[in-house]
Ligand binder design. Structure first.
Ligand SMILES: NC(=O)c1ccc[n+]([C@@H]2O[C@H](COP(=O)([O-])OP(=O)(O)OC[C@H]3O[C@@H](n4cnc5c(N)ncnc54)[C@H](OP(=O)(O)O)[C@@H]3O)[C@@H](O)[C@H]2O)c1
Length: 373
């Protein structure tokens, strides 16, 4: 559901993206419009020096190639939170675009100094991350801040430090998150209304200045449907790509046994989500058979979980598998296929990390021995 919104005020809008990777740099570059008083800054990490020096190079399928020079570039969250140049009244929007890894870091705790820079409840937090349940830690830590949950359909990657390639798609679907139930109490209703205003403003900014054709407004519950619908794809395809030995989406769906397995996973989410959200999936959302058929065309598509696994990085296992399984269970629904994928991959990741750690210890000991010889 797309809603009209016109922001006629010329007030400055200060936006800070935390996580200058593929998704962060792409959407930040679309929002930055200093001539219209929209100022977008980035919190970087390993790519800080190159982005601080030269900005971000975008190579996009949709908008061609261009350079993005942020309003400010920070080397860390604490650098941004304590900077004298940062807006004195804090940011209007803090956008979280780091990978969602609650088993490694608590994003809500990490961004607290940024939110505290503004008067209580002023900053709107926008999460552009995969998975479900990502909102809960932020809602608990920042009870009076508007919180927006965004689902993206995009294929983008950082191909070298400070260079981001968008391969296809731009869709960003956004909805407020008050209590996850659409605002049941008086306080949640107020938050829900403020959140909706922020979503409308963001849709306007992305559409008017970012020239995105598919920045979408959703109400709180409809947005959770979109999130769970994406889980249907991510929770089936991503772990299966790893456990099947590194096969991409199109090849998986062409294998009859794997296709049956993927359909079984998707059916579980299709059964669980309505029980969790209290309403059926809207008819317009593609059913498992259609998702499988359209995946046949996604040749070369490799899920990010597979790429992270191959690179030895932590995978977004908890938000893509662990949370869905736990949330469904709280609502009396078991998802046995997803639970098996979760158990197997969590164990494989644990073993991989333990082996990496013991290899490191052995290498350090060998170095010590060498230096005493
Ligand atoms: N890429 C896609 O096509 C796509 C599509 C749909 C959804 N998503 C979702 O979007 C989210 C972001 O994904 P992505 O592909 O953009 O990931 P990414 O390219 O790995 O970017 C994440 C960035 O966050 C930085 N970061 C991590 N912790 C940080 C911290 N504490 N402070 C500052 N920077 C920090 C990382 O820095 P380092 O490089 O130093 O680690 C990296 O630059 C994920 O939830 C993903 O599942 C991605």
């Amino acid at each position: 559901m797309i809603m009209e919104y016109t922001n006629n005020s010329c007030r400055p809008i200060h936006i800070l993206f935390v996580g200058a990777g593929a998704v962060g740099c792409f959407y930040a570059s679309r929002l930055h419009h200093p001539a219209s008083n929209i100022h977008v800054s980035l919190v970087c990490r390993s790519n800080y020096s190159i982005i601080a020096k030269s900005g971000v190079t975008l190579k996009t399928h949709t908008f061609g190639d261009y350079q993005f020079k942020p309003a400010a570039v920070y080397s860390s969250i604490s650098d941004a939170a304590t900077s004298k140049e940062a807006p004195a009244e804090g940011w209007d929007y803090v956008v979280v675009t780091i990978k969602a890894l609650p088993d490694v870091t608590d994003d809500s705790m990490d961004i607290e100094p940024l939110i505290k820079r503004a008067p209580t409840g002023k900053t709107c937090i926008l999460l552009i991350q995969n998975g479900v349940g990502v909102e809960e830690p932020h809602r608990a830590r920042f009870p009076s801040n508007p919180l927006i949950s965004a689902v993206t359909i995009i294929s983008a990657e950082q191909i070298s430090q400070g260079v981001v390639r968008q391969n296809r798609w731009t869709r960003i679907s956004m909805g407020t998150y008050s209590d996850g139930l659409g605002g049941k109490t008086w306080e949640a209703k107020q938050l829900n209304e403020r959140g909706n205003q922020c979503v409308k403003e963001l849709v306007h900014l992305f559409t008017e200045y970012g020239k995105l054709r598919d920045a979408e407004f959703y109400d709180e519950i409809s947005n959770q449907h979109v999130r769970w619908h994406k889980i249907c794809i991510n929770a089936s395809m991503n772990p299966s790509a790893v456990l099947s030995g590194g096969i991409g989406n199109a090849d998986m769906v062409m294998d009859p046994e794997l296709r049956m397995h993927l359909k079984g996973c998707m059916d579980e989410v299709f059964k669980a989500a309505p029980a969790i959200l209290g309403t059926p999936f809207p008819e317009k959302l593609a059913k498992p058979d259609l998702i499988l058929t359209s995946s046949e065309r996604n040749k070369g598509g490799r899920p990010s979980m597979l790429i992270d696994w191959e690179a030895g990085r932590p995978m977004e296992l908890e938000v893509i598998l662990g949370n869905p399984v736990r949330i469904a269970r709280r609502h009396g629904v078991e998802m046995p296929r997803l639970q098996s994928l979760y158990a197997l991959l969590k164990s494989a990741q644990g073993r991989r990390d333990a082996e990496k750690a013991s290899k490191k210890v052995l290498e350090q000991e060998a170095l010590k021995v060498k230096s005493t010889l």
